[in-house]
Design a protein around this ligand. Structure first.
Ligand code: MG
Length: 209
């Protein structure tokens, strides 16, 4: 049995990165709400789209210093490993930012996974061969199919609703801020707001077999 996990905004939480951008970088007024939408909307409205594009490169490289794993994700991985449920990370991330310094965004994510002990050589964590950074959405869908994931967890309803999504994979929407509606039909996705709930959901299904 295999469970696939998205990376950005599913494992890695960027809330503190946006907080640091508002507090420490001189790009938006200090009262700007510390989230992606507010910062992007401010820069767009000010005709500074290029700065927003460059800022995205910062968020997914150097800015990752401020990113934190969502609570419960390490425990989820450890629990799956202890029950012989295979876990892999399957993410869509460009290799380099669209603007700004040409850093390796895949290497930045891998090094973040090591620094937060999600990738180690221990038995309750992951190894690098289980981490897949794909450069297109269709490659990500292909990888989920290749690995025959029984479940896939992602923060984007539009990705989980993609017509190309493998039909045999059960889809879980990770929605920690309760921003989205439940899946419109039972064959789309199951929406859950924490890793503890995702763990319970998957284990209930495993145990009901
Ligand atoms: Mg994501």
């Amino acid at each position: 049995m295999q469970v696939g996990l998205d990376f950005d905004n599913t494992i890695a939480c960027y809330d503190l990165v946006y907080r640091a951008i508002v507090d420490e970088k001189d790009v938006v007024p200090s009262g700007t709400p510390a989230n992606k939408t507010a910062i992007r909307d401010f820069l767009r409205a000010a005709g500074r789209e290029d700065e927003w594009t460059e800022l995205q490169g910062y968020v997914y490289s150097e800015g990752m210093t401020y990113a934190r794993p969502y609570p419960g994700v390490a425990d989820f991985i450890a629990t799956c490993r202890s029950l012989s449920i295979d876990v892999s990370i399957i993410s869509h991330r460009t290799r380099h930012p669209y603007a700004g310094p040409k850093v390796d965004l895949h290497a930045a994510a891998r090094s973040w996974l090591e620094s937060h002990a999600i990738v180690t050589d221990g038995e309750s964590t992951l190894t690098h061969d289980l981490i897949h950074f794909e450069v297109t959405k269709s490659d990500k869908l292909g990888r989920i199919a290749d690995r025959s994931c029984r479940w896939f967890v992602d923060d984007l309803p539009e990705f989980l609703s993609d017509p190309g999504f493998p039909a045999s994979t059960r889809r879980i929407l990770f929605d920690p801020h309760n921003l989205h509606a439940d899946g419109s039909e039972s064959d789309t996705f199951h929406r859950l707001d924490s890793w503890d709930r995702i763990k319970t959901h998957i284990l209930d299904e495993v145990n009901s077999k």
